[in-house]
Structures are given as structure tokens and as C-alpha cells.
Design a protein around this ligand. Structure first.
Ligand code: ATP
Ligand code: MG
Length: 595
């Protein structure tokens, strides 16, 4: 019980912005109960003073009053439902916003540990469960407890024996719902876990749509998704059956026990003249008014048991500590000249994982170009991850302008960086917007210049809507065209620091040569770190770091490195053997010219 209270308490804060509506709802609930109780009392008068006494005037008067009270009660129900919906929507919106914000703050390590589908499930469905805890459980709990106390009191005052019978019914109702509710909750948990797995499979298959076709995995993807769906359906069946047992069983209890109490006991009261016929009829209404809040409370407890797990999971996400966050005394980085360095940096992705960077030190001066080359798995992209501060080093420091990255406000640092990767994600927006994501404040002239320099005019001329062509998520363009948009995005950003990770790796030799020429325009006057296993694109660097299995094995300028036997010369020889010597990129006039 304490665990439930802790969860409820955690989400109660979401009611703070809507406290006035909540008070209104509670007041409305009490008014409704009062109106319904008076209506029940008036029904007794209709029968006793009107029908039994044969008094038409009294019948019309009391009957009219009952009708008027019922109309007020309907209006109250409608108003209360609207207020409840409003509170629920506000809480849900805030909850989803908070979880999304927290997921954005959490580190890449946290995101990579979970499938995207699971995070989507958490944002969408776990918040709904938590909203139910805050927006329904709390007000309904208060409302029903108040109603139960008032109506229980009224029943006891009217007839303690009747109140005792109602109490016995309520006890058996609770025991039954608790037992069946246990199965219901268990089925619901299983259903959620399986629905989450199915969503993850669906998300993965749809994101790897082309790959799935290329590997002819359609059938196995289908089997995987349908297999998980079948499990969902099976859980749904169990859930439905237990829900029906909970619902119908309680209804049967209500019919048998309550009807028995009313017909037999109240009937006996009438025979022994302890009750009038009108009171006999009104007793049915009173029994209903007393038992309804208790039944609602019992169901609410079952719902709370059901929502506890997603609620707990949501608390876990909301309370997750953002591993990569600004220190309290972090300084904003305003003036950047572009000095970067690694100081004895070692790094592993997980505490028990292998060291992927070992004791690496280097420095890049403003406006210089540093290249990092090496075979696959050497740790090049891991260096990029540390430069972006997606991760913090396990040992050593990454410095910008001589300051530890951890002591700098991250957003102010990243504002000075532009990144061009092998596969650049394009948002579902127009080409113009996709470019302006690099710098939303860029002027129209800066945008035009960026488009020109990135070599986009040819493409734009072929598109009827030019810059305003809408792109699909991920981009309905060729790799080279996407790369040009990414370049234009970097141009409008006008960064001091430029990081390229295999920026031309997926392009054909001719497009690669063109993009490399445009990249050189972009590189002018900026500090650049270029990662590539294609030496042709990095040989003009001021310094080249040759990495192998996380270690720095050689460093120097292209000519010096070639002069010595080592990994670099072997890589170069291999590239030449591949015909890279005749590669258009090699023939580009700018190549080999130190910048
Ligand atoms: N997210 C990750 N979690 C755990 N290990 C990782 C992760 N990313 C990379 N690694 C490991 O770190 C090592 C270095 O990988 P990295 O991506 O830095 O290589 P790379 O030099 O960029 O290779 P490539 O040229 O193929 O891109 C590899 O052994 C890889 O398995
Ligand atoms: Mg890489």
C-alpha cells in the first residue's frame, strides 16, 4: 500500500496547475450527491403522500421536484465529466512533455540501451497510465471517500440494520474484486510488455524497410511481428476474460446480495411497519447511492494496481540522472577561436567494456586541419563522440579553448560546431527548413550563398518547388544530394569548428570529388577535424593521426608519414592499388595543397 501511495504522491504534483478545476470538480461531486440523495428522499414522498394518500396535488408537486432534481443531476454529471476530461488532458500533456524533455536530456548511452520502440511506448502509453493515476485516481478517490462517508452515515442514521447488511455486501464485493483483480492486473502487465515488444518489432522493421527487402527478410520480419502480435492477442484475451469476470462477477454479487437485502429485508420492514412503501422504494436508491462510491473505489484500487508498474517505470525515466549535463558552475562559451585538444584521453563505452581509446593526446590550433585515419574499429568515431560530448572520457580531458568540456555550457559549445556525417538525417520539412535548421536566424542572402557554395542550384532548378520542396523523413534524395543539403546546413551555421566523419564515404568517385571541392570551401578559416579511412580526402591536413585499435600509432604530415614504414604507408599503398591514384578526388587541384 505504501508503494502505491508513494507512486500516487509522485504524480500528485501534476495536479498543481489545475487545482482550481479540481476543487470545482470535488464541489460539483458533493453537490451531485446531495441532489441525488434529496431526489431519493422525494421519491418516498411521491409514493407515501401522493400515490398512497391519493393526493394528486402532492403527487404532482413531489413528482415535479424529483424530475427537476434529476435534470440537475444530469447536468452535474455532464459538467463533472467535462471537468474530469479537461484535467486529464492537461495532466497528460504535461506528463508527456516532461518525459520527452527528460529523454532528450538523457545521454546517448541511455538511449542506446533501449530500443526506440520502447522509448516511444514509454512516452505514449506509460504516461497515459500515470495520467490515470494523477488525474483520475486522486480526484475520484477523494470524491468517492467523501460520498461513501456521507452516504454511509445517511444509511446508518436511517436504519443501522440496513447499513450493516450493506457493509457485509461491500466486504464480499471487495474480497471478490481483489481476488479477480489480481488476475486482471497480471494479464494487463503481460499485455503491456508484449504490446511494447510488438511495437519495437514494428518500428525496427519499418525503419529498416530497404534493408529488410535487400536481405529478403520480409518473411522473417513478418513472422517476428505477427508472432509478437499473436502473443499480444493472447494476453488481450486473458485480460478481457479477467475484466469480464471482474465486471460481471461484481454485477452478479450486486444483483443477488443487494436485491436480496432490498426485497427480503426492506420488504420485511414494510410488513412490520418499520418502513412505509415509499421508504421501501427509496431504500433501493439509497442502497445504490451508498454502494456506488465503494464500488468505484474498489475498481480504482484495481486500476491503481494495474497502473503501478508503468507509473514506476515512468518515475524511473523521469528520475534518471542525465549523465552528460552542465555542471552547476559551467561557463558559457562565447568567443571561440577554435582551439581543441585531447589530454591523455582514455575511453570505454561501458565500465566492463574494452578500452576503445587509449591515452590519446593531441591539439589542434585555430584554423588548422587535423585528420584522423585508421582501419575500421580503430576508434575514430569514438573520438568524434567525445568531441561532441555525447560521452565523457573515462580518463583524461577534452579541452576547448583550454577549458575542460565538462566545465563549459554544452549548448554554447555545440553552437560553434557544424557536423557533416556519412549519412545525414533530413527532417520531414522543406529543403529550406532543413538547411535553416543549421542556423534559424540566417538571412536570405546567407541562405542563397550557402545553397550556391554547397553546389545545390542544379538540383533546385530541377525541382518544381525549388527550395520549398518538401522532403520525407530521412530524405527522398540521393546520398550526394543529401550530402549537399548537409553541407549547405553547415555553411549557414558558419561554425568555428567543423567535424567531418566519413563525409564522402558513401559517394561515387565523381560526386565525391565535387563534394570534396565544396567541402574545401566550407573548411576555409575554420578548425577542422576530419575522420576518414580514405586518405585522399585527408592528405592535405596539417597533422594526421593514424589510429589502430584505440591507439595512436603514427602522427605527422602526409609526406612525413609516407617517408616511414608503417600503417599509414600500407593504407596508402592499398588505396593506390585499389586505383585510388586515378580517383577524381586525387586529381582535384586543391588536394595536396595545405590550407
Ligand atoms: N555505442 C557503442 N557501444 C559499445 N561499443 C562501441 C560503440 N560504438 C563503437 N563501439 C566499439 O568501439 C570500437 C571503436 O569503434 P568506432 O566506431 O570508434 O570505430 P571507427 O574507427 O569509427 O570505425 P569505422 O571506420 O568502421 O567507422 C569498436 O570496437 C566498436 O565495436
Ligand atoms: Mg566510424
Amino acid at each position: 500500500m505504501l508503494a502505491f501511495l508513494r507512486i500516487v504522491w509522485r504524480f500528485v504534483r501534476y495536479l498543481k496547475p489545475v487545482w482550481d478545476k479540481l476543487l470545482f470538480l470535488l464541489a460539483l461531486g458533493q453537490c451531485g450527491t446531495a441532489v441525488r440523495t434529496v431526489a431519493v428522499a422525494c421519491t418516498a414522498k411521491v409514493v407515501d403522500l401522493g400515490l398512497q394518500a391519493g393526493n394528486a396535488r402532492a403527487f404532482y408537486w413531489w413528482g415535479g421536484l424529483v424530475v427537476a432534481l434529476l435534470v440537475v443531476s444530469i447536468l452535474q454529471t455532464y459538467l463533472a465529466a467535462t471537468a474530469r476530461l479537461y484535467i486529464k488532458m492537461r495532466v497528460d500533456l504535461r506528463m508527456k512533455r516532461d518525459v520527452f524533455e527528460r529523454l532528450q536530456q538523457l545521454s546517448l548511452r541511455f538511449q542506446e540501451a533501449r530500443p526506440v520502440g520502447e522509448n516511444m511506448f514509454r512516452v505514449n502509453y506509460d504516461t497515459t497510465a500515470a495520467t490515470d493515476i494523477a488525474a483520475s485516481t486522486v480526484p475520484e478517490g477523494i470524491e468517492n471517500i467523501l460520498n461513501l462517508i456521507t452516504m454511509g452515515g445517511v444509511a446508518f442514521l436511517l436504519d443501522p440494520l440496513l447499513a450493516g447488511v450493506i457493509a457485509i455486501y461491500l466486504l464480499s464485493y471487495y474480497v471478490y474484486s481483489h481476488c479477480v483483480g489480481t488476475y486482471w492486473v497480471r494479464h494487463n502487465r503481460r499485455l503491456r510488455a508484449r504490446a511494447q515488444d510488438a511495437l519495437a518489432a514494428l518500428q525496427e522493421s519499418l525503419s529498416a524497410f530497404c534493408l529488410s527487402k535487400a536481405l529478403s527478410r520480409e518473411r522473417s520480419d513478418r513472422r517476428r511481428y505477427f508472432g509478437r502480435l499473436a502473443l499480444v492477442l493472447r494476453s488481450q484475451l486473458g485480460f478481457g476474460i479477467s475484466w469480464s469476470a471482474l465486471n460481471n462477477g461484481t454485477l452478479a454479487l450486486q444483483n443477488i446480495l443487494l436485491q436480496l437485502a432490498w426485497v427480503v429485508m426492506c420488504g420485511w420492514f414494510v410488513v412490520t411497519e418499520r418502513m412505509t412503501v415509499g421508504e421501501y422504494l427509496a431504500a433501493a436508491g439509497l442502497i445504490q447511492l451508498t454502494t456506488t462510491p465503494f464500488q468505484a473505489l474498489t475498481l480504482m484500487i484495481q486500476r491503481l494496481r494495474m497502473n503501478a508498474v508503468p507509473g514506476e517505470r515512468l518515475i524511473e525515466t523521469l528520475d534518471a540522472h542525465p549523465e552528460i549535463a552542465d555542471l552547476p558552475k559551467a561557463r558559457a562559451l562565447d568567443d571561440v577561436v577554435g582551439r581543441l585538444s585531447f589530454e591523455n584521453v582514455s575511453f570505454r563505452y561501458s565500465p566492463d567494456g574494452p578500452e576503445v581509446i587509449r591515452n590519446l593526446s593531441f591539439a589542434v590550433e585555430p584554423g588548422r586541419k587535423l585528420a584522423i585515419v585508421g582501419p575500421s574499429g580503430a576508434g575514430k568515431s569514438s573520438i568524434f563522440n567525445l568531441l561532441m560530448r555525447y560521452y565523457d572520457p573515462t580518463a583524461g580531458r577534452v579541452l576547448v579553448e583550454g577549458m575542460d568540456l565538462r566545465s563549459v555550457k554544452l549548448e554554447s559549445y555545440r553552437r560553434h560546431i557544424a557536423v557533416v556525417l556519412q549519412d545525414n538525417f533530413l527532417y520531414s520539412a522543406t529543403i529550406r527548413d532543413n538547411i535553416l535548421f543549421g542556423n534559424p536566424d540566417a538571412s536570405e542572402a546567407a541562405l542563397d550563398e550557402a545553397v550556391e557554395r554547397a553546389g545545390l542550384p542544379d538540383l533546385l532548378r530541377r525541382l518544381p518547388q525549388g527550395l520549398d520542396t518538401a522532403l520525407k523523413e530521412g530524405g527522398n534524395l540521393s546520398a550526394g544530394q543529401k550530402q549537399r543539403i548537409a553541407l549547405a546546413r553547415a555553411f549557414v551555421r558558419d561554425p568555428k569548428l567543423l567535424f567531418l566523419d566519413e563525409a564522402t564515404a558513401s559517394l561515387d568517385p565523381v560526386t565525391e570529388a565535387e563534394i570534396l571541392a565544396q567541402l574545401r570551401l566550407l573548411e576555409k578559416g575554420r578548425t577542422r577535424i576530419v575522420i576518414s579511412h580514405n586518405i585522399a580526402s585527408t592528405r592535405d591536413a596539417d597533422e594526421i593521426l593514424v589510429m589502430d585499435q584505440g591507439r595512436l600509432v603514427q602522427r605527422g604530415a602526409h609526406a612525413d608519414l609516407l617517408a616511414h614504414d608503417g600503417l599509414y604507408r600500407r593504407m596508402w599503398a592499398a588505396e593506390e592499388r585499389k586505383g585510388a591514384g586515378k580517383h577524381p578526388a586525387h586529381r582535384s587541384p586543391a588536394v595536396g595543397t595545405p590550407s
